[in-house]
Design a protein around this ligand. Structure first.
Ligand SMILES: Nc1ncnc2c1ncn2[C@@H]1O[C@H](COP(=O)(O)OP(=O)(O)OP(=O)(O)O)[C@@H](O)[C@H]1O
Length: 256
């Protein structure tokens, strides 16, 4: 097996009386695509929020490339190489697709410094890099379009482009396929595989089972904040506890 990239131990967070994530353990290897699955409210996005620094765990530890990262701020996680997309895509709607990626390329350097930010965007090297990333994700013909006018499929590609701008080693994809048509799903599947071929590891949350099973090397299933199962896609799709968690008690024989 290749080198360990991410290690999560006893990961837990409580909101008031609710144990949203409770004692979750999993590891991810370099170059792996790991699917994080589970029914609504299972704690998947909350795990992403802890791994990317949005929430500080109540208990447990997160190690990225061997070093403790739990409790670091999102910009520190991003600087270490953890990128993410969000379930609800919110680009700078009045700016162009290209400008949205230029902003991402600036990272935190120009936070609150509008003039510095504008100068940064105008650098030929920045524009070239933004255009390269946009061609890579399949938005080469949409660079001048206002981001707010993009249909959902292209918005999801823009969201991935913005996360790639920070040169992540690990990319967290939160429902990047949701609400898409069949051909858009296929395009993003190809894109995710290409991203992995570039050496970027991927942790993905996905409700579309066909997509999750097809893309993931391994799968971790959460239910009510706890890890319910872990294994290869074919093992997970046959696991009775997983089927029951998705389809309810009494479900028999059907893949989740
Ligand atoms: N900031 C918060 N404050 C209070 N409760 C929260 C907060 N964030 C998440 N929760 C709760 O934690 C639980 C897990 O939510 P989470 O969004 O992680 O689930 P999920 O598995 O991503 O679900 P979905 O597939 O519906 O997106 C839910 O009961 C949710 O309401």
């Amino acid at each position: 097996m290749s080198a360990e990239l991410l290690s999560v131990r006893d990961l837990s967070i409580q909101f008031g009386g609710l144990k949203a994530v409770d004692g979750v353990d999993f590891d991810m290897n370099q170059g792996e695509i790991l699917g994080l699955l589970g029914p609504n409210g299972a704690g998947k996005t909350t795990c992403f929020n802890m791994i990317s620094g949005v929430y500080r765990p109540t208990r447990g530890e997160i190690r990225f490339q061997g070093a403790r990262t739990d409790g670091l701020a999102p910009h520190q996680m991003a600087a270490l190489g953890i990128g993410r997309t969000f379930q609800i895509v919110k680009p700078f709607a009045t700016l162009s697709v290209r400008e949205n990626v230029c902003i991402a390329l600036g990272g935190n350097r120009y936070r609150g410094n509008l003039l510095g930010s504008f100068r940064f965007w105008r650098r030929p090297s920045v524009l070239e890099e933004a255009e390269r990333i946009l061609r890579d994700v399949g938005l080469g013909d949409r660079m001048d379009q206002r981001a707010g006018l993009l249909p959902i499929g292209n918005l999801r590609k823009l969201e991935i482009a913005r996360s790639l701008a920070l040169h992540p080693k690990l990319l967290l994809l939160d429902e990047s396929f949701s609400g898409l048509r069949h051909e858009e799903i296929e395009q993003i599947e190809v894109l995710v595989r290409r991203i992995r071929e570039q050496g970027i590891s991927i942790l993905l949350i996905e409700h579309n089972m066909k997509v999750a099973m097809g893309l993931s090397d391994r799968i971790v299933v959460l239910d009510h904040g706890r890890k319910l199962a872990e294994g290869l896609p074919q093992e997970i799709s046959r696991n009775p506890e997983v089927i029951e968690a998705y389809l309810g008690k009494g479900a028999s024989g059907h893949a989740a």
